[in-house]
Design a protein around this ligand. Structure first.
Ligand SMILES: Nc1ncnc2c1ncn2[C@@H]1O[C@H](COP(=O)(O)OP(=O)(O)O)[C@@H](O)[C@H]1O
Ligand SMILES: N[C@@H](CCOP(=O)(O)O)C(=O)O
Length: 304
């Protein structure tokens, strides 16, 4: 994980600011548990300014619930990343407008962590493009979900894996592929959804998911018509179904109609992928709000 030093003074000037916007992400995409991630064009935007004292100006999702102190996820990630880059600040003023729902399976925590780390990079290395693999390694300590983190960092579709550390690679996505997300008021903490998973799985189930995950790489890039088969999963969604029965029923209903639907991340949002024209027929669902979404690009960092 080598990026520092850049030879400049470690103390950043008060008033230096960056604006970042970071996309939501859908992890797993059916069979690729903890491996596949897809950035969806639903963004949180924030400005981080070097200041004499810390302050918080928060609007949108979570404004009344997230901490307004150094425990705030964006600020924590920013501070750790600044330290890793050898930069020092007296305080940080955060202005954020959040739209990504929390605890919905759309990677809000990963987006917040990536936003903090990317903003820190922008403050410490103005004008330099962030190194995506360094950012992944830096943010992985906060949330061990490389699938969400890499998608928010790189944009598009990604594969994440662990070697000697967290790694990721960008995947090709067919230009006609888009998504529909069905959100619900229910909130499920990722930690509890992970607790619902068994310690071991049958060999046949593992074999099934392996084949479908491999097919998914091809279906995403070249054959969107194969996405329904390619998003079939038996390794995690059935075990989590009890925690989100309405979402699981919706997945079945959409799949019966031929739509490549799955639980997004740890749920309870449901996402269906497909060719843009085919998704126009994705039905409304009682108890859910339907959102047509494009695949998003990388985390953007702009000096303010
Ligand atoms: N923009 C944000 N700013 C501060 N904290 C955030 C932000 N987004 C998410 N979080 C924190 O992450 C939590 C949700 O994380 P998690 O349960 O992993 O669900 P998700 O699937 O949305 O990532 C929120 O309750 C909040 O504490
Ligand atoms: N692979 C993880 C992804 C969690 O995603 P989130 O958006 O629900 O935080 C899992 O399925 O647990």
């Amino acid at each position: 994980m080598s990026v520092p030093p850049n030879g400049r003074s470690p103390v950043l000037p008060v008033g230096r600011a960056v604006t970042v916007d970071v996309a939501a992400s859908s992890a797993n995409l059916g069979p690729g548990f903890d491996a596949f991630g897809l950035a969806l064009d639903w963004r949180d935007e924030m400005t981080l300014t070097v200041a004499d004292e810390s302050s918080f100006d928060l609007t949108g999702v979570g404004a009344d619930t997230v901490p307004r102190n150094d425990d705030h996820l964006v600020v924590r990630a920013a501070r750790t990343t600044l330290a890793a880059l050898g930069a020092e600040v007296p305080g940080l003023a955060l202005r954020a407008h959040n739209t990504i729902p929390h605890g919905s399976g759309l990677g809000s925590s990963a987006a917040a962590i990536v936003a903090g780390a990317a903003a820190a990079w922008g403050l410490a290395r103005p004008g330099e493009d962030p190194d995506p693999e360094w950012l992944l390694q830096q943010t992985f300590a906060y949330e061990g979900h490389g699938d969400n983190l890499a998608a928010s960092i790189r944009g598009g579709a990604v594969l994440a894996w662990n070697g000697e550390g967290p790694r990721s690679a960008a995947l090709e996505v067919h230009p006609e592929v888009a998504a529909v997300a069905y959100t619900t008021e229910l909130s499920v903490a990722t930690k509890s959804a992970r607790g619902a998973l068994p310690g071991t799985v049958p060999h046949g189930d593992a074999t099934m998911n392996l084949g479908r995950a491999a097919l998914l790489v091809h279906a995403l890039a070249r054959r969107p018509d194969l996405l329904l088969d390619a998003t079939h999963d038996v390794l995690h969604q059935p075990y989590r179904a009890e925690m989100m029965p309405d979402s699981w029923n919706l997945v079945q209903e959409l799949r019966t109609r031929g739509l490549a639907a799955f639980i997004s991340g740890a749920g309870p949002t449901v996402v269906a992928l497909g060719e843009r024209d085919a998704l126009v027929d994705a039905p409304e669902a009682a108890g859910f709000t339907r959102h047509a979404l494009e695949i998003a690009g990388e985390a953007r960092v702009v000096s303010a």
